[in-house]
Write a protein that binds this ligand. Structure first.
Ligand code: NAD
Length: 357
């Protein structure tokens, strides 16, 4: 029996609802497979913990997480706690502290789910966005002076290092090389940002020489939104900075049908630390507690987690179950259905149990 230690951090809003759904699907997979076991430990960190203790997680939180094989994360954000406190208090210290520098965001239109783009169906939009996850615009450098006065100044400094850019480019080229089309689009803004983004382009061209079989091109981020919308078929693997990919992947999720189906994996490719798996979406205050959060993003990130742990067969089984349930029309309201989170979860678990491959 192969065993893995998983840290579950459901956190805020719909986080606990979708993580509970994800854990039920993982339990069904373990029973169906019979040859691996996930030992899940729960952590009650997040905004409620902050309101009680003044911290989003204990000071030694990262130390507590280090022995785990993976982290299964819900979402952070509460209406009565400022967003920069929730994000910088929990999610970013884990991503940055564990050097999870590759943020991998697959997007495709699943069977039974409609894209808002006219005439675009499954097969027309099949992308993986690689987001630089350790520096760039979210490096945290900057400050505020003369706070509250008319002459107040605020700086938000983007940091690009040769090491950081080279390693994310190499990761993206390798990923593009592993996909059938071997096609990579490098997103940039080197017309207006003439230092960091020009270095980004130069390093892309250098790393490209190591991957002669990968076809690559370059897009300015503003033009990229147009290409994603009008020519989704022309894209495959995409690499972009922390901020650019954050924005583009929300657009990608919406174009694939809903933010509720979009997963993400925060990967430490060198496996020095646990990697973290989460849906892209936030805590969705507007639907919290209504029982209608779409669990597909969480199922998909659970599949990414299984893949990362080396359980590729279970990952594929989970995605087949998700696709068959979506195709049958058991869907939450965000993708045009009437089902609850629990009904979709039950259907996915049943599809896992009854699968004969
Ligand atoms: N990784 C994270 O933890 C993360 C990511 C984004 C936003 N946030 C935080 O979440 C809070 C709310 O942010 P927001 O409203 O901008 O983004 P959001 O992703 O929470 O919600 C945006 C819209 O998408 C819908 N949606 C999101 N997930 C869904 C799902 N699974 N099923 C159905 N519909 C879904 C919501 O109902 C909402 O209408 C804020 O505090 C923000 O900081 C956290």
């Amino acid at each position: 029996m192969r065993e893995y230690k998983i840290a579950a951090i459901p956190a805020d809003g719909i986080g606990p609802e979708v993580i509970a759904a994800g854990l039920q699907a993982l339990e069904a997979l373990q029973q169906r497979s019979g040859d691996f076991r996930l030992n899940v430990e729960h952590f009650d960190w997040g905004s409620d913990y902050y309101k009680k203790t003044g911290r989003m997680m204990p000071e030694d939180g990262p130390e507590q997480l280090k022995p785990f094989d993976a982290i299964f994360f819900g979402a952070v954000g509460a209406p009565d706690v400022p967003d920069h406190i929730t994000l910088w208090g929990l999610r970013l210290p884990i991503c940055q502290g564990f050097d999870q520098y590759a943020n991998v965001r697959p997007t495709r239109i699943l069977p039974g789910i409609s894209s808002p783009l006219a005439g675009v169906g499954p097969g027309d939009l099949d992308w993986v966005i690689v987001r630089e996850n350790s520096e760039g615009e979210y490096a945290g450098q900057g400050g505020r002076t003369h706070r509250g006065l008319p002459e107040e100044v605020a700086t938000e400094v983007s940091i690009f290092t040769r090491v950081g850019v080279t390693r994310i480019m190499r990761y993206a080229f390798k990923l593009a090389q592993s996909r059938p089309r071997k096609l990579l689009t490098i997103v940039t803004k080197s017309n207006a940002q003439r230092h960091g983004m020009v270095m980004w382009d130069e390093i892309a061209a250098e790393v490209a020489q190591e991957f002669p079989d990968v076809t690559w091109d370059k897009m300015l981020v503003d033009a990229m939104t147009v290409r994603m919308t009008l020519k989704p078929q022309s894209l495959d693997t995409i690499v972009a900075t922390n901020l650019h990919a954050d924005i583009l992947s929300d657009l990608a999720g919406a174009l694939a049908g809903s933010l509720g189906v979009a997963p993400t994996a925060n990967i430490d490719p060198e496996r020095r630390y646990p990697s973290m798996f989460e849906p892209i979406h936030g805590s969705a205050f507007d639907i919290t507690g209504k029982g209608i959060a779409n669990p597909i993003a969480t199922f998909w990130t659970a599949a990414q987690m299984l893949e990362h742990l080396g359980e590729g067969a279970a990952a594929a089984r989970l995605m087949r179950a998700v696709e068959s349930v979506a195709a049958e029309g058991v869907k939450t309201p965000d993708v045009g259905g009437k089902a609850t989170t629990q009904e979709v979860t039950n259907a996915v678990c049943e599809a896992i149990r009854s699968s004969n491959i």
